[in-house]
Design a protein around this ligand. Sequence first.
Ligand code: SF4
Ligand code: SF4
Length: 412
Amino acid sequence: MTITPLTIEEELKKCVKCGACMAVCPIYRQTGREEMVARGKLNLIEIIRNNEELPPAWIEAVDHCLLCCSCEENCSKGVKITEIIAAARNHQTEIIGLNPIKKGAFALLKNRILSLARVVKLGSLLQWLLWQKLPNHSGLVRRFTLPGIDSKTVIPALPLKNLDDLLKRRQPVPELQPILFFSGCATRFLHPQIGLDLIFVLEQLGFNAITPKKFNCCGMVTWGAGDKSTNRELQASNLKVLNDNAHIKEVVTGCASCGHALKEYDNLPEDCEILDISELLFRHREKLEQLVGSRQITQKITYHDPCHLSKGQEVTKEPRWLLKLIAGDNFIEMRHPERCCGAGGTFGLTHKEISREILKEKTDDCDATGAEIVTSGCPGCILQLTEGAVVSKSSWQAEHPITLLAELLRSK
Ligand code: SF4
Ligand code: SF4
């Protein structure tokens, strides 16, 4: 979505200072500070919106947001809070520039095929020097003391082969119905198995997944950082791919953040429909029920709602339907599945302490269910939950629901 200065002015006026956003903001829950909740942030943004001088308190307030949409969902006035915060971050970026690490990372995103894939491959070769694999979990922890990285920080194990590499030998099934698959960077470069599982399930359902290599990052991370110009470039390159394939109307993704970002694009091709994988499966539930038959997962599982799926796209019943289908009574709800896990894109890396406090609430909730597997339809949440399991010494693993479904369909 493109928000204009005029729209921001109107959005800010909609806030009636009721404070309903205070009840749900994870940052406010941890800090208890008014300027950390939407109402306080909007006040600060309104006062100095067009100012060239940005006081540290303003920067701190704008910076301390997970863009989790919890406040938006609870706001009876429908204030587009996350859009305002992203616009404020853009204002900050225009005045003091982007942090150099993000600047470098976003430059890679713009030139993904050449650069990002090579950087990840190089990282996958060198990672074992500094990091080691976690027993029973995906992800790596540091081998030695590393400056600025605490001992429980979990990073994803970088696979030598990304999803594009793994799909080189794939034999598409042209007689099946084509569907576009937007894998997203996390699935493509960090968790390619989720992509393979998703494609396998699509084929079982009668779809031929088309995976254009020219799809780029969805732009969510650049939007959240206030880098409007990179975000525009990424959107434009993805829109070109969508337009080039405009005869295929359905676009599916297994990443909550990518789905949320794509659904907000202006100028999607006519009749183009972006679907989370759980929405697509729900639409074809009769066939999937037949495919699953009487098979069921025997482990206890629970589900964490990714903010960008539940609040961003209002998709909550479909993943639950799927989990009940494959796990029956072994699916147990946690007390607060809707609460953010504290990942928030890069927030978990840049604000470790507060992110961990938010994560602790989540892992306590997961532990209380007695589940052996915690599922979530977002690769970013899966990584954060994995770190949470390590920190809390929990015995559960975090998985994408599509992985469990694919394993079940592959079993005899
Ligand atoms: S809930 Fe909405 S209207 Fe109420 S204070 Fe928060 S942002 Fe303003
Ligand atoms: S988006 Fe989330 S973290 Fe940011 S102000 Fe709203 S509730 Fe708080």
